[in-house]
Unconditional design. Structure first.
Length: 335
């Protein structure tokens, strides 16, 4: 039995790094929360609409594990497998986010707007000022939309260039930040400054924002009626505070900062992202501050969790070779 257990452990370690186990553990927790909640407050989920995303996730995971199994290129293996994990987590996390609606908690946007005002910030005046120039307004919109693609590019870049420590810290912190944000939102739901603006019956802007009036009204409708059928193509990010675009911007910069050129470029791009968040994302300013705090807390927790990795087998040495070497060292020499 011990031999079988050791063989199974070696097989798992051969395919999964310590960071993989942490990330998959968080994914498992997200799935467990969704599964248990479905028993008590079921969401109307059209699972067939998730077929293509799940197929892509499976394909990426298969490529990554195949490269790792064949010892071809750990950079490609890590990049593909980690991207698959991030996509899987994101799908379950956004559904978990909708579960918070079942708690019927009141929105706290009035409180968040008051916090901005107490800080001397006029959100609507800022939006009109920052978007007053059409050309710069388009740059802001592009920057806001780019955060997901920047994060994806950073993950692939760190994997392909074999910067595994930074890859693991970035992706683990992303998942931890997502879990914290969803948990906070479930207790203190909020949608942002723009939905609140429309809830007060105020007119929309004369310029285009990434968050449209239609999207803002759809978010408000979630709190005044039943949850619509959830299809992959119609899922929305409904967390206002903490701003998750801010989280992604901070995590991306932290991951790339020590790397020549990439760090400076990432910082420049994401400064523009932070300028765009209150306007194109329709966020309160306090959402941005909360996003920065969540980012640093998640990075600190990720570092603490990954500090134990020193006790695991090296990433560049497959587990089965490490076990074979250990066996040779410990076995008594034959006369």
């Amino acid at each position: 039995e011990w031999t079988r257990f050791s063989a199974n452990t070696a097989m798992i370690n051969r395919f999964l790094t310590y960071a993989d186990k942490l990330r998959l553990g968080i994914i498992g927790l997200a799935l467990a929360v969704l599964s248990i909640a479905q028993l008590f407050a079921p969401l109307p989920i059209e699972w067939a609409s998730f077929g293509q995303p799940f197929f892509l996730i499976g394909a990426l995971a298969a490529v990554g594990l195949a490269y790792r199994r064949l010892n071809r290129d750990e950079g490609i293996a890590a990049a593909c497998f980690v991207v698959a994990q991030i996509l899987l987590f994101s799908n379950f996390a956004v559904l978990d986010n909708y579960l918070g609606l079942a708690l019927h908690r009141p929105l706290i946007d009035e409180f968040l707007a008051a916090a901005d005002r107490r800080a001397g910030i006029d959100w609507w005046a800022y939006v009109n000022w920052i978007k007053s120039d059409p050309f710069f307004g388009r740059i802001l919109a592009f920057a806001y939309i780019s955060t997901v693609w920047q994060l994806a590019a950073a993950i692939l870049f760190l994997g392909f260039t074999r910067r595994f420590d930074r890859l693991d810290r970035l992706t683990l912190a992303f998942m931890l930040a997502g879990a914290v944000s969803i948990g906070f939102w479930a207790i203190f739901p909020n949608l942002g400054a723009l939905p609140l603006h429309y809830a007060h019956g105020l007119p929309g802007p004369t310029f285009t924002l990434v968050m449209s009036k239609e999207e803002a009204m759809q978010q408000l409708a979630l709190f005044s009626g039943p949850v619509p059928v959830l299809r992959f193509s119609s899922l929305m990010g409904i967390i206002g505070c903490p701003s998750f675009h801010t989280v992604m911007a901070v995590l991306t910069v932290e991951a790339l900062w020590p790397i020549p050129l990439a760090g400076i470029l990432s910082l420049a791009c994401n400064i523009v992202v932070l300028l765009s968040v209150p306007a194109d994302g329709g966020h309160h300013f306090v959402d941005v501050g909360a996003g920065i705090l969540v980012s640093f807390a998640s990075l600190a927790l990720a570092r603490a969790l990954l500090a134990r990795e020193a006790g695991e087998s090296p990433r560049h040495l497959p587990a089965w070779r490490a076990l074979l070497l250990l066996r040779r060292v410990l076995s008594p020499a034959k006369p």
